[in-house]
Design a protein around this ligand. Structure first.
Ligand code: GLP
Length: 538
């Protein structure tokens, strides 16, 4: 099956019209197989225009329609007879057009005669098809016993529901139809299958990625030597959902094939309660998003340590204590789910959608220091799954005790929490300095920005604090860079919003060959990276 992906519905319709016109110009007395539904209307409009402009002459063409509801009167504005007259036959002169007769009292005979009529006209040269959301073509519904010739069929609930949009009331939708069978369709010399819009994404990806299977009748087209699927991006593009679990917020983001963020949202992280409750809330939010976007997979970024064997997570700031959080989520979501550490996800996002380097180290400056290592375009987390915890690299052998049990951990000196402690310390020792004044004005609470505000006002104490902080930061970066010499070290976290104020003096303290950049993706890196886990695993 050849696939042509067009940017939108209009492009799809134009492409299809070109192929149909080409067929008619090549063989003016050809037989076309036509379809109904909303999808081919644009194609028919283009054919009308081409015919009006004299670019193509349909006067020798014979057409056969795929299907018709049963029973239905031709005058019913929902009959396919009415549809074809309205959208094509009343506007373009053709030699002959046939549609299964929905008024017949003998549907069996109508089907046999219809099949014979197609044969007597020499068979179909080019068949146009749409696709139902459940994979039907014509009205060949998913069924292990697919009838292969023109036949009377019962419509499935899902088709009745999908087609009810054209009727005033779902009870008005006929429950049966006359349709060409799969073999009738496959006898056509060429086939164009059209698919447009998000509603068709799921079935298009099942068709393209799945096996030939009667549960997707359109998959039978794979045995035909000349089928082209013309679809628009919305029907073709896969989307992935990234979930970035944090201590205060859980962020959700949807990305498309080109890693663009199409949707973002967040909920507050429940402080108390069990892991199951947090995962049920994530499940409920994911369910809502999946209703709106054609999601093919979900990626989760979580803080803490992941036991790679069975995806059990333990995290200090969350009620995750050796919990199989993916299994919890699977109770709510029937999609593939992938899991990795949040800093690793952010690093992956930088690799694929940010700085675009295949060897990089991501350093996240926040409450602690998170690290993510990308080697050869892939997350490196070691066999056990907990590599890259660079915040716990020792930079002072007799230094401050860390919650991890060691002393002198880098995050005790160069995280934003460490900077805030350094600010408070200096302000206490120098109560008259500008920085101490600023803290007083801000109700005694310093934050990461306090030092920058004070430096701007010319506070020498703040200059000193910041210089010392940069030395701590540089010590860690210089050490870690020697281990695997990444192409780029990417810094992320709220403090990096300071841009060059942070970067320029830091660079001076680093070895000459170290290339440090500030993350462009910042707060989105977590959701993009988590979504990328899903995208790259499929
Ligand atoms: C109908 C028709 C099909 C058509 C399908 C999709 O049930 N029998 O031939 O392809 O639905 O319709 P639409 O293009 O409106 O999504």
């Amino acid at each position: 099956m050849r696939v042509i992906v067009c940017s939108n519905y209009d492009e799809m319709s134009k492409q299809a019209a070109k192929l149909v016109a080409g067929q008619v110009n090549l063989k003016p007395n050809c037989v076309l197989g036509l379809a109904t539904g909303s999808t081919p209307i644009g194609l028919y409009n283009n054919l009308i225009q081409m015919s009006d402009a004299g670019d193509v002459d349909f006067s020798e063409v014979t057409t056969f329609n795929l299907d018709e509801y049963y029973p239905i009167s031709k005058d019913n504005d929902q009959s396919y007879d009415y549809f074809m007259n309205k959208h094509l036959f009343s506007k373009v002169k053709m030699k002959n057009h046939y549609i299964p007769n929905g008024e017949t009292s003998d549907p069996e005979k109508e089907c046999t005669d219809y099949e014979k009529r197609i044969e007597s006209e020499g068979g179909i040269d080019l068949q146009i098809l749409g696709i139902g959301q459940n994979g039907h073509i014509g009205f060949n519904e998913p069924d292990i016993n697919l009838n292969t010739v023109t036949h009377l069929t019962r419509l499935t609930e899902s088709t009745i529901k999908a087609n009810s949009r054209f009727f005033e009331n779902i009870n008005d939708v006929p429950t049966m139809a006359l349709t060409m069978g799969i073999a009738s369709i496959l006898k056509s010399r060429k086939i164009i299958l059209l698919a447009s819009g998000r509603a068709k994404h799921k079935v298009v990806s099942e068709l393209l990625n799945g096996e030939i299977n009667t549960s997707i009748p359109a998959s039978m087209l794979k045995v035909h030597p000349d089928v082209v699927l013309i679809c628009d991006k919305e029907a073709y593009t896969s989307m992935y959902l990234g979930v970035d679990i944090g201590g205060t917020h859980i962020k959700f983001g949807v990305i498309d094939d080109e890693n663009h963020v199409l949707y973002k949202d967040s909920i507050r992280t429940r402080k108390r309660g069990k892991a199951q409750i947090i995962m049920s809330e994530i499940g409920a939010a994911c369910k809502e998003i999946i209703k709106k976007y054609p999601i093919s997979g979900i990626g989760i970024g979580t803080p803490g340590i992941i036991d790679k064997k069975d995806n059990r997570v333990s995290a200090a700031n969350l009620p995750f204590d050796n919990d199989p959080i993916v299994d919890y989520l699977k109770e709510y979501i029937d999609l593939p789910i992938y899991l990795d550490n949040d800093a690793n996800c952010a690093a992956l996002a930088e690799c694929k959608a940010g700085v675009h380097e295949d060897d990089l180290l991501m350093i996240t400056l926040g409450t602690g220091i998170g690290g993510g290592i990308i080697l050869g375009g892939k997350i490196y987390s070691g066999k056990r799954g907990d590599a890259g915890e660079i915040g716990h690299m020792c930079i002072q052998s007799d230094g401050i005790r860390c919650s991890c049990g060691l002393v002198g951990c880098w995050e005790k000196y160069a995280s934003v929490s460490a900077l805030i402690e350094q600010i408070n310390d200096a302000a206490q020792k120098n109560p008259d300095c500008i920085m101490a004044q600023i803290i007083k004005e801000e109700n005694g609470a310093a934050d990461g920005e306090t030092v920058f505000k004070a430096m701007e006002k010319g506070c020498p104490v703040a200059n000193e604090v910041f210089d010392k902080y940069l030395s701590y930061l540089a010590t860690g970066i210089n050490s870690v860079a020697n281990i695997f010499r990444p192409e780029t070290i990417v810094l992320a976290g709220g403090i990096t919003a300071q841009g060059d104020i942070l970067l320029k003096p830091l660079q001076k303290k680093l070895a000459a060959n170290i290339n440090v950049k500030i993350s462009r993706l910042q707060n989105d890196a977590g959701i993009i990276g988590a979504a990328l886990l899903a995208k790259l695993s499929q």
